[in-house]
Design a protein around this ligand. Structure first.
Ligand code: ADP
Ligand code: MG
Length: 383
């Protein structure tokens, strides 16, 4: 987004000289369905941003226009905050949690535009929360740490939007860094930025273009199955609080005591944590092939043990793995549709994109949107 042009657009709709903030979407490279088990995730910010231009008003109202939605919404900060099942809930939710922190907002005009694909599993929602959070804070000259704003964004999405998400999306949108992915411990929020060899590889994201309905009910089932696993495993390992506290070898000693389905679910989560840790070690040792193999193993585990993949995701992964220069391919995000993430040699990317798109279309009649990305900078003010 060009800052000057965006300010012109703002001035077309509102008055005042705005400040401009932006926050990226993300893709998770490995560590899937581990966040709510207190485990590890390894996302990177993608080069797609939600941009917000903001100018304070003094009337305790938010005037929010989304260019993507072609709609202007007014919200009264003194009225009872309640969700409207509308895109503005993400912004209103941020305003609401900030005010609950004792930050009294004056009101603001806000123009929003995003090139993060909306609803594709690349977290346009966190990009919207973090960019509008920074924008709202700027109207009081306030500052918060990235971690604090991420936690407030999660709270807004949990309590206001009603989506029971973990902390990953907001955290990476705040803390992303060029050429780095972010290894995050979802229990302690300790994190480490790990360099990716950006010259040799590209991260290619392929959208299945489907979203199967069972997503959210299955999500809740998985969470319950993991909790059940912890409960049973506690008989042998009394100290554990979450699956993250059990190593794969500890698990293998007692896994026969778990019902079949619970056993499979736990095996995925525990082995996925181990794969995430191994991925960091592999990258630090410069072993990118190994990282690709771990991504492949992650997909197989999500498909067979966690059972959150679907026909379209499996197909996209299969055709990707078949391409020369593809080091690893897996589903990313919650599953039952959404995107795959692929590690591809830079000089093979063009062929990869064409071949995968074509093969997927032949098999499904769907045209996959394909995005090539490098790890990008987190939320910031555009100056
Ligand atoms: P994802 O985060 O994977 O893109 P979600 O369903 O979590 O999907 O979030 C998408 C929702 O976020 C949209 O339906 C819309 O309500 C809101 N949203 C995201 N980006 C924008 C935008 N630029 N303008 C208005 N609303 C947006
Ligand atoms: Mg989202």
């Amino acid at each position: 987004m060009d800052r000057k042009q965006f300010i012109k657009k703002f001035e077309h709709h509102f008055s005042g000289e705005p400040r401009v903030f932006c926050a990226p979407g993300r893709v998770n490279l490995i560590g899937e369905h581990t966040d709510y088990n207190d485990g590890y995730v390894f996302p990177m910010a993608i080069g797609f941003y939600t941009t917000v231009a903001v100018f304070p008003t003094r009337d305790r109202k938010l005037y929010i226009r989304s260019e993507n939605m072609h709609e202007l919404i007014a919200i009264d900060l003194d009225a009872n905050a309640e969700k409207r099942h509308h895109w503005s809930d993400y912004v209103a939710g941020m305003a609401h949690v900030l005010e609950k922190e004792g930050i009294r907002l004056p009101g603001a005009s806000m123009l929003i535009e995003s090139d993060v694909p909306v609803g594709a599993g690349l977290s346009s929602s966190a990009a919207l929360e973090m960019s509008s959070g920074l924008a709202l804070l700027s109207t009081v000259g306030g500052e918060l740490t990235g971690e604090k704003l991420a936690l407030l964004g999660q709270k807004a999405e949990n309590q206001f939007v009603g989506m029971n998400c973990g902390i990953m999306d907001q955290f990476i949108s705040m803390h992303g860094k060029e050429n780095h992915a972010l290894f995050l411990d979802c229990r302690t929020l300790d994190y480490e930025l790990v360099p990716l060899p950006a010259e040799n590889i590209r991260i290619v994201i392929c959208n299945t273009m489907v979203k199967h309905e069972l997503g959210s009910s299955e999500y809740n089932k998985r969470r319950a199955e993991c909790e059940k696993g912890v409960e049973i495993l506690r008989a042998d390992y009394p100290g554990i609080r979450a699956l993250r506290d059990v190593s794969l070898s500890q698990f293998q000693k007692v896994q026969h005591k778990l019902p079949d389905v619970v056993q499979k679910r736990c095996r995925h989560v525990i082995s996925e944590d181990e794969r995430a840790l191994e991925s960091i070690a592999a990258l630090q040792a410069g072993d990118i092939e190994k990282f690709g193999q771990l991504m492949n193993a992650s997909h197989d585990s999500l498909r067979d043990d966690y059972e959150v993949s679907c026909l379209e995701l499996d197909l996209l992964v299969e055709v990707a793995r078949y391409q020369e220069g593809c080091l690893g391919a897996r589903m990313t995000g919650g599953g039952f549709g959404g995107c795959t993430v692929n590690l591809v040699a830079s000089d093979k990317v063009d062929v990869f994109v064409d071949a995968v798109g074509e093969a997927y279309q032949r098999a499904t009649n769907l045209k996959s949107d394909i995005y090539i990305s490098v790890p990008s900078r987190g939320a910031h003010e555009m100056r």
